[in-house]
Design a protein around this ligand. Structure first.
Ligand SMILES: [Zn+2]
Length: 298
């Protein structure tokens, strides 16, 4: 078992409306997130939206300097399934260039806004490979109202013609044929802490990599102050539920992992090195793989 903590960095209102600038809110929320992770003694992978990195390069540099892994979350936070391949490529290269020039480190990982690469969008994997990406974490392996589909629940490779992309699905809790969405976001906010701990104890008992995601604003119950005119009370109410509990839930999962946490890039390198060793020593390859997109739906 290994825990991979991931943080999708965006400004909530900008990502929600797509019609306003990135604000200082995201900066402050990330600063608080960095403090939280330091107090928990863990490192995470930050999937940073390009517009945020462009406005606050110092923030990206600080993430990297504090030992975290910085990868991409697109430029505009538009869903991948709404973009053309050319638009997606433009977003990827723009974001990759901004983040790479700040951190000086390879940018090889991507997470789609709102997990928006579905079974009909497998062209996106070809664009990712074309742009030099090596892994993706856009699979929410459970059908929900807004996103996700029933795909693999463990890391696997996607074979696409000339290239191979590695996929890290977000964690789900599996109970017989039933899957529960416990990988982060709203599901993390709504569940009581005791239930959350019990479920994650079980999730982490499996011999595989488990990916938890959250946003910097998830730990800030006051993030909606000043948004009264742009956001309805109902959205503000539902989005705020449980935010005061998220810090404790991230700490709890980190403690349950018992120090066995790694960034996604570390996990990617570890798993692919093991796979190469297995091939060299003619052991069975431990990594599941898929030839084409929809075949890895279960
Ligand atoms: Zn996002």
């Amino acid at each position: 078992m290994a825990l991979v903590l991931t943080c999708d960095v965006e400004d909530w209102l900008q990502a929600y409306t797509q019609n306003c600038p990135v604000t200082r809110r995201v900066y402050n929320n990330v600063e608080n997130t960095l403090e939280l992770l330091e107090s928990a003694g863990v490192h995470a992978t930050f999937f940073v939206q390009g517009m945020v990195a462009e406005k606050y390069p110092d923030l990206v540099r600080e993430m990297s300097d504090r030992g975290h892994d910085v990868q991409t979350h697109g430029y505009s936070h538009k869903k991948v399934c709404t973009l053309s391949p050319a638009q997606f490529k433009d977003e990827l290269l723009r974001c990759k260039d901004i983040i790479g020039s700040v951190t000086g480190k390879p940018v090889i990982g991507f997470r789609a806004p709102a997990f928006s690469i579905g079974p009909d969008d497998t062209w996106a994997y070809d664009v990712l490979l074309e742009c030099g990406f090596e892994y993706d974490s856009s699979l929410f392996p459970l059908k929900t109202r807004r996103y996700g589909f029933r795909g693999n629940t463990q890391p696997f490779s996607i074979n696409r013609g000339d290239g191979v992309l590695f996929e890290f699905p977000v964690a789900v809790a599996e109970c017989s044929f039933v899957r529960l969405p416990v990988g982060g976001g709203g599901y993390m906010r709504y569940l009581p802490l005791a239930v959350w701990k019990a479920i994650w104890k079980r999730v982490l008992s499996k011999e595989t990599v488990r990916v938890l995601y959250f946003h910097p604003y998830d730990i800030n119950p006051e993030d909606f102050s000043g948004m009264e005119e742009q956001v309805t009370w109902f959205i503000r109410f539902t989005q705020k539920i449980g935010r005061s509990t998220v810090k404790d839930k991230i700490r709890a999962v980190s403690e349950l992992a018992g120090g066995n946490t790694m960034t996604m890039t570390q996990s990617y390198l570890s798993l692919t090195n093991q796979a190469r060793t297995d091939i060299d020593t003619q052991k069975p390859n431990t990594l599941p793989s898929a030839e084409m997109g929809t075949r890895w739906c279960t």
